[in-house]
Design a protein around this ligand. Structure first.
Ligand SMILES: Nc1ncnc2c1ncn2[C@@H]1O[C@H](COP(=O)(O)OP(=O)(O)OP(=O)(O)O)[C@@H](O)[C@H]1O
Ligand SMILES: [Mg+2]
Length: 236
C-alpha cells in the first residue's frame, strides 16, 4: 500500500475537524474526496502531505510514518514523492510560469528528461502563450494549469489535488480529467482529488465523503445512479 492514513484526529479550538479519519490509497488508483465547504478537505490533504500535524493518528507512506519525520525530511519527501495542486495555487509571485513549473525540478538538480516533460505539459495544458508571464497577470484558470504542470513536472508517485478543476471551463476541465486518467494508467500514479466536479468523482476508483469530521466511503453505484438521474432530467 502506497499510503495509509490511520485514525487521524484534529481539532481547531473546540471544533472537531477530523474525527478518527482513516483511508488508504494504492498506486494506480484515483480517490475522490467530497464534502461541504469548510468541512476539512484541504486540512486533510495538508496532513497527508506532512504540511500539517494532526492531534493524533498516523500517515504511512510506503510503510513509514511521515508524521514522525523532521521538516527537512518532510520537504524532501514532498519534492520527490508528491505533487500538490493547491486550492489557491500558491504560485511564487516573483517567478514566471516557466520558473514556477520547473522550480521543483531545479531543487532536484534538473533530471535530464525535464525539458521533454515540460514541453509536453506546456503543449497539453495549452500554456505556451503565458509561459513567460507572471502569476498576477494570469487568469484563475491559467494559474490553475500552471499549478497542475508544476505538480506533475517531477513525475511524482502521488498527486494531491485540491479542487483542480475549480477555475476551469468545461473543455479544459475535461482535458484535466483525461490527463489524470493518463497519469494513472501510463505512470501508475496515485491521485487523491478533492473536488466538487462530478466528472472527477466519476473517474475515481473510490469516492470518500467527509461530513462532521467523519470520512465515509460512498458507493460508486450510488454515484452512477445520481449522474444518470441528472442526465435523464436534463434530456427532458
Ligand atoms: N489554522 C486554522 N486555525 C483555525 N481554523 C482553521 C485553520 N485552518 C482551517 N480552519 C478551519 O477549519 C475548517 C476546515 O477548513 P478547510 O480549509 O480544510 O475546509 P475545506 O473542506 O477545504 O473547505 P473548502 O471546500 O471551502 O475549500 C474551516 O472551518 C476553517 O475555517
Ligand atoms: Mg479547501
Amino acid at each position: 500500500m502506497l499510503l495509509s492514513v490511520e485514525n487521524i484526529n484534529l481539532k481547531f479550538g473546540k471544533r472537531i475537524i477530523l474525527n478518527n479519519v482513516s483511508f488508504k490509497a494504492d498506486t494506480g488508483k484515483i480517490i475522490a474526496i467530497t464534502g461541504k465547504s469548510g468541512c476539512g478537505k484541504t486540512t486533510l490533504l495538508g496532513i497527508v502531505s506532512g504540511l500539517l500535524n494532526p492531534d493524533s493518528g498516523k500517515v504511512f507512506y510506503n510503510n513509514k510514518n511521515i508524521l514522525r519525520w523532521g521538516d527537512f525530511r518532510k520537504s524532501h519527501f514532498r519534492n520527490k514523492e508528491i505533487g500538490f495542486v493547491f486550492q489557491f495555487f500558491n504560485l511564487m509571485p516573483d517567478m514566471s510560469s516557466y520558473q514556477n513549473i520547473i522550480f521543483p525540478a531545479l531543487i532536484r538538480l534538473f533530471p535530464r528528461n525535464v525539458k521533454k516533460e515540460l514541453n509536453s505539459l506546456v503543449e497539453y495544458l495549452n500554456i505556451k502563450d503565458i509561459i513567460n508571464h507572471y502569476p498576477t497577470t494570469l487568469s484563475g484558470g491559467e494559474r490553475q494549469r500552471v499549478a497542475i504542470a508544476r505538480a506533475i513536472i517531477n513525475k511524482p508517485k502521488m498527486i494531491l489535488a485540491d479542487e483542480p478543476t475549480g477555475n476551469l471551463d468545461n473543455t479544459t476541465a475535461e482535458d484535466i480529467k483525461n490527463l489524470f486518467i493518463k497519469l494513472k494508467k501510463e505512470e501508475n500514479m496515485s491521485l487523491i482529488i478533492v473536488t466538487h466536479d462530478k466528472r472527477l468523482v466519476e473517474i475515481a476508483d473510490e469516492h470518500l465523503h467527509l461530513e462532521n469530521g467523519i470520512l465515509k466511503k460512498q458507493s460508486k453505484q450510488k454515484d452512477t445512479k445520481k449522474i444518470k438521474a441528472v442526465k435523464t432530467v436534463k434530456k427532458k
